[in-house]
Design a protein around this ligand. Structure first.
Ligand code: HEC
Ligand code: HEC
Length: 422
């Protein structure tokens, strides 16, 4: 029975007591709101290592260990993610949590699936084979290398900061992270399995079966996608020297007297000052920032927002000199202006993710900057935002230094603790 009906009925019976009941009602509602937010909507700062530390213990995860884990209600409270400094300005970009709420249990299941080669037909390739945390969540190959050493057609993009990204793949053909996550499993040159096959295999392993049962009701391919997406959503970049520098820019013109009567502001000021002290940005990188953010480099025409990526598609000419170029976004929209257009990748941690571009055709950031400097490769559908920049050698170096200053750690992640076979 709805607890509020009790008061309403009571009110009908005794109108004189209406005001006191109104007070009760308000207090009761406040109590319920408090309880529901504290139970269901626990806030977590993304990057918290506890989220990705794995089920406690060592070696393959056993049935008793997973039972203890699943019995802990704490692992099922709904989490409200809080983004770290730098990414936090992108909070409004977060999608998918209503359809797929975050819980520790789901994130942990996703972690296991992400690192488990048993999701591929011959148990040799996992998501991490091409999106390896020790390689900036990419692979150092030109294109993705799947089962039996087969090479795919495109470079592996990063799988972090996906919480700020809506459509996935270089051409945006997957509408969500959940939809993306199940693609590689059935891709013949990536993991080479079938969705039915993977569901059957996971259901045959009791540690997986128990988790899917408790979290989703049963093992389904949709549930696989949801768990992996939940794990990916907590993989975020910590604040980089660039972010500390941005934070400081907001304070740098304050005078000591501005802080005198405002202890809260003084605290923020001290925090910002400590940030740039422990994560300094070189003068070259600071000059590079000016080029990146102004007309001079025009990079923020596309690499913009919290993740330095506009989530849009542009033809910057890469690969367009080939005989049969990859048409990119055109294959999804059939719109001729999308020919050769690809999704803007993030510049965060880009120093860790060579080679570059959708086809892995550039080996260094210097090469990338040179490309932009000469105005890309002229092609029919080249973006109007691409033009020769005429930067000096020093300015090109500064741009590279700025991108290097966008480097920061991702959370430590347990990579080897996976469910026992039986
Ligand atoms: C054989 C290498 C390989 C494997 C295995 C692989 N990926 Fe990928 N991944 C790629 C490549 C290449 C792309 C880009 C493909 C495209 O855009 O057409 C990609 C794209 C993505 C994207 C989109 C990123 C963006 O910016 O749009 C995500 C997320 C991702 N993969 C996660 C995963 C997950 C999760 C798994 C495991 C279920 C996985 N990948 C397995 C190579 C791989
Ligand atoms: C018109 C939009 C646009 C502008 C302007 C732009 N970029 Fe890009 N950037 C992209 C797109 C789209 C890609 C991927 C292109 C591809 O793979 O075909 C990309 C790729 C990159 C990459 C490779 C990242 C990776 O993971 O492979 C770097 C680095 C980069 N841009 C830096 C810059 C810098 C520095 C500037 C300014 C000088 C700049 N970009 C200007 C849209 C843009």
């Amino acid at each position: 029975m709805n607890p509020f009906l009790f008061f309403i009925r009571e009110d009908r019976m005794n109108r004189a007591s209406i005001s006191i009941h109104t007070v009760c009602f308000t207090l009761f509602t406040a109590l319920l709101t408090f309880l529901s937010t504290s139970v269901r909507c626990e806030q977590v700062l993304l990057g918290d290592p506890a989220l990705t530390a794995g089920v406690p213990g060592s070696g393959p995860i056993s049935v008793p260990q997973i039972e203890t884990w699943l019995d802990d209600e704490h692992n099922f409270s709904e989490l409200t993610p809080v983004l770290p400094l730098g990414l936090s300005q992108g909070s409004s970009q977060i999608t998918g949590l209503d359809e797929n709420p975050l819980t520790r249990a789901k994130i942990e299941l996703g972690r296991q699936l992400y690192f488990d080669p048993r999701l591929s037909v011959d148990s040799t390739v996992s998501c991490a084979s091409c999106h390896d945390p020790s390689m900036g969540y990419t692979a150092q190959t030109k294109t993705g290398i799947g089962i039996k050493g087969q090479a795919g057609g495109r470079n592996s993009p990063v799988s972090f900061n996906r919480i700020l990204s809506d459509k996935q793949f270089w051409d945006g053909r997957a509408g969500s992270l959940e939809e993306q996550a199940i693609g590689p499993i059935a891709n013949p040159i990536e993991m080479g399995f079938t969705h039915e096959g993977v569901v059957k295999r996971l259901a045959s392993m009791p540690v997986y079966a128990k988790q899917f049962e408790k979290i989703f009701g049963s093992v389904t391919i949709d549930a696989v996608g949801k768990a992996i997406a939940a794990f990916e959503r907590v993989l975020v970049t910590a604040p980089s020297p660039y972010d500390y520098n941005e934070q400081w820019r907001a304070f740098k013109d304050l005078e000591p007297e501005d802080l005198e009567d405002d202890p809260e502001l003084a605290e923020l000021y001290a925090e910002a000052a400590a940030g740039i002290k422990s994560h300094p940005m070189s003068d070259s990188a600071k000059r590079g920032r000016e080029i990146f953010f102004t007309e001079k480099g025009n990079c923020t025409a596309c690499h913009v927002g919290a993740n330095l990526a506009d989530e849009k598609y542009h033809n910057i000419g890469v690969g367009m000199d080939q005989e049969n170029p990859d048409v990119g976004r055109h294959a999804v929209t059939n719109d001729v202006v999308d020919t050769g257009a690809f999704k803007t990748p993030t510049v965060r941690n880009v120093a860790l993710t060579a080679p570059y571009m959708h086809n892995g055709s550039m080996a260094t950031l210097e090469e990338v900057v040179e490309w932009y400097d000469k105005g890309g490769h002229s092609s029919k559908h080249l973006s109007s935002k691409i033009r020769p920049l005429k930067l000096s050698d020093q300015e090109q170096t500064d741009l590279v230094e700025f991108m290097k200053a966008c480097t920061s750690p991702t959370p430590p992640v347990e990579t080897s603790r996976l469910p026992a076979d039986a």
